[in-house]
Design a protein around this ligand. Structure first.
Ligand code: UGA
Length: 427
């Protein structure tokens, strides 16, 4: 099949590379010329494990362009993979989606394509796009909602081995065409109406963040009662009705999806006259969770004025260079407001553009030079390998806040550290 992918971001590039790997011919279109030039040179503008090999392996089935007409020419499917960031009101900003719709040609030679919405959009978007296409005389273009459930860092595996593929369509035939496109991908295919498909995506992310905020609150109660959230979460997760996933307590969720999607669902409900109380609490817990790190530092250092704090890991999670809504951004700003000097280190992400006033070090050890405290913000495996004794000897004071509960408290204490985890009251 011939596929045009709009958007060369994390979702578009993974979708394009995986579809090419399944044997389809793919053209990826973006509006940013540097991205297209980078891709044409054979380089990858983002860090996603395995993506470079996949793009290289499928080079002959992949093209990159700035030109809509070139992308759309002959395409049987138009995948929309553009960003839908939050507006100041917390609603999803759909302007990039509408730009793609507006740029579509009015006439298609031969069989008109099916538009496939992969971007995360509020419920009702498909109906609005359908109406807009109809008004423009493009009734014959199909419309399918096919939300993505891939997580950054494991996106290629998630794409090829999904728990489920959701296909929502207005016309059954359009859904059939998209279903055929997925031949070669494992997992059950769920067919439904467009609004339900849109809601599956929003509800899935809302449920996942609810689990994270729930376990974070359990962690906070563990701290005041002497329980250890790691043991608690493990045992809770063994109940087959609950399962083990998304029960890792820490300094809160970030990224390009969870914060924006949870807010978008909350606002979608509010705009429709419903106050989504549970989701509002989930979001608030997440905001407070990041700030609790400051209290933990103050408990040991009292005032943070003039104190040096090293943030280890800056990306919102390991195996990505994505800094969007990373907890490090809030932490760095709160620390600066308390008068601390902040250094940061990340093996992949470049925080310079979003971390004002933070000195970026080339290595974890360099970031720790003269530090009064270290905070693990992202659980990069490199931090497990770090010689913590050597690290401590470079610090002015051996205090570690392990925001991801990745290290063994006793091992750290044996190296003379004061160790603060999240919800590890018993240890
Ligand atoms: C998330 C979902 O996992 C994907 O299924 C979804 O497709 C994607 O959003 C999206 O909507 O596009 P992603 O944001 O890449 O994927 O990353 P996750 O691995 O889900 O992690 C999100 C955040 O939650 C990270 O900051 C992570 O540290 C945090 N987290 C995750 C926890 O604090 N605890 C956990 O137990 C799990």
């Amino acid at each position: 099949m011939r596929i045009a992918v709009f958007g060369a971001g994390y979702v578009g590039l993974v979708t394009g590379a995986c579809m090419a790997d399944l044997g389809h011919d793919v053209v990826v279109r973006d509006i940013v010329s540097e991205k297209i030039e980078t891709l044409e040179r054979g380089d990858v503008p983002i860090y996603e494990p395995g993506l470079d090999e996949l793009l290289e392996r499928n080079r002959e089935r992949l093209r990159f362009t700035l030109d809509v007409a070139e992308a759309v020419h002959d395409a049987q499917f138009l995948y929309i993979c553009v960003g839908t960031p939050p507006t100041p009101s917390g609603d999803a900003d759909l302007s990039a989606v509408w730009t793609v719709i507006d740029e579509l040609p009015r006439d298609f030679d031969g069989e008109p394509p099916v538009l496939v919405m992969k971007s995360t959009v509020p419920v009702g978007t498909g109906a609005s796009v359908r109406a807009a296409l109809d008004v423009r005389g493009l009734e014959r273009i199909g419309y399918v909602s096919n939300p993505e459930f891939t997580a950054e860092g494991t996106a290629i595996h998630d794409f090829m081995h999904p728990d489920r593929t959701v296909i929502g369509s207005f016309r059954f035939d359009d859904g059939d065409a998209v279903e055929r496109l997925h031949q070669g991908i494992d997992g059950p295919i769920m067919r439904m109406d467009v609004a339900s498909a849109e809601m599956v995506k929003m509800a899935s992310n809302a449920f996942l963040v609810t689990r994270i905020s729930f376990i974070n609150e359990i962690a906070n109660v563990c701290e005041v009662t002497g329980a250890d959230v790691i043991q608690v979460a493990e045992a809770v997760g063994l109940d087959h009705r609950l399962g083990p996933h998304f029960l890792r307590a820490g300094i809160g969720y970030g990224g390009s999806c969870f914060p924006k999607d949870s807010l978008a669902l909350k606002q979608l409900a509010a705009n429709s006259g419903y106050h989504f109380q549970l989701l509002s609490a989930v979001i608030e817990v997440n905001e407070l969770q990041k700030r609790r790190v400051i209290n933990k530092l103050q408990k040991h250092l009292r005032s943070l004025r003039g104190k040096r704090v090293a943030l280890l890991g800056l990306a919102f999670k390991p195996n990505t260079d994505d800094m969007r809504e990373a907890p490090s951004i809030v932490l760095a700003a709160r620390l600066a407001a308390e008068g601390a000097e902040v250094t940061g280190w990340d093996p992949v992400a470049d925080g310079r553009a979003v971390l004002n006033g933070v000195h970026i070090a080339d290595s974890a050890l360099e970031a720790l030079d003269g530090a009064d405290a270290a905070v693990i913000v992202t659980e990069w495996p490199e931090l497990l390998e770090l010689d913590w004794d050597a690290a401590g000897s470079r610090m002015r004071n051996r205090l570690l806040v392990d925001g991801r509960n990745m290290l063994d408290p006793e091992a750290l204490r044996a190296h003379g550290f004061e160790y603060e985890g999240i919800g590890r009251g018993g240890s």
